[in-house]
Design a protein around this ligand. Structure first.
Ligand code: HEC
Length: 135
């Protein structure tokens, strides 16, 4: 008879133990992410110290960096590769600004760029001008 009462007690003890363990792990995780703070690239970035252009700031404030890095292909082409492919002309800036807003694929492969309907045409042009200046 006594055993029956014990079982839930044991179970709830286990439950609490499990919870305690979990929260400790979470603390550990938080510690780790604090250590993985963004690396200071000022020594390697060729643009370090130069004032950021408007287009660069706009790109930093948008999601572009998720798929584009300056010198390496990530999901999208490296910004320097885009700059190498298109001469910095008003027509190209206009065409590529449209592409940033509408998204799409085909010029670099099958992977599509997400559309950016919230980016204004002027802002998209600033961003593309900045990209095409990276030569
Ligand atoms: C989801 C990933 C992703 C995001 C976010 C993204 N891009 Fe792209 N981008 C791509 C891919 C993939 C391509 C290649 C498309 C193709 O093959 O035509 C591309 C291509 C481009 C091109 C060249 C287009 C062409 O036709 O050659 C420009 C310019 C560009 N992106 C700018 C931007 C800017 C500016 C932003 C931020 C507003 C941005 N991208 C955000 C994935 C992304």
């Amino acid at each position: 008879m006594r055993k029956r009462y014990l079982a839930p007690l044991v179970l709830s003890a286990l439950f609490f133990a499990a919870c305690g363990g979990e929260s400790k792990q979470e603390e550990k995780k938080a510690d780790n992410s604090a250590q993985e703070a963004p690396a200071d690239n000022s020594m390697v970035s060729p643009n370090a110290g130069k004032p950021e252009s408007k287009g660069e700031k706009l790109m930093a404030a948008s999601d572009c960096g998720t798929c584009h890095k300056e010198g390496v292909k990530v999901v999208g082409p490296a910004l320097k590769d885009i700059a190498a492919k298109y001469p910095n002309t008003p027509e190209n800036v206009d065409k590529l600004a449209e592409k940033v807003i509408k998204g799409g694929s085909g010029n670099w492969g099958e992977v599509a760029m997400l559309p950016h309907p919230n980016v204004s045409k002027d802002d998209a042009k600033e961003m593309v001008s900045y990209i095409l200046s990276l030569k």
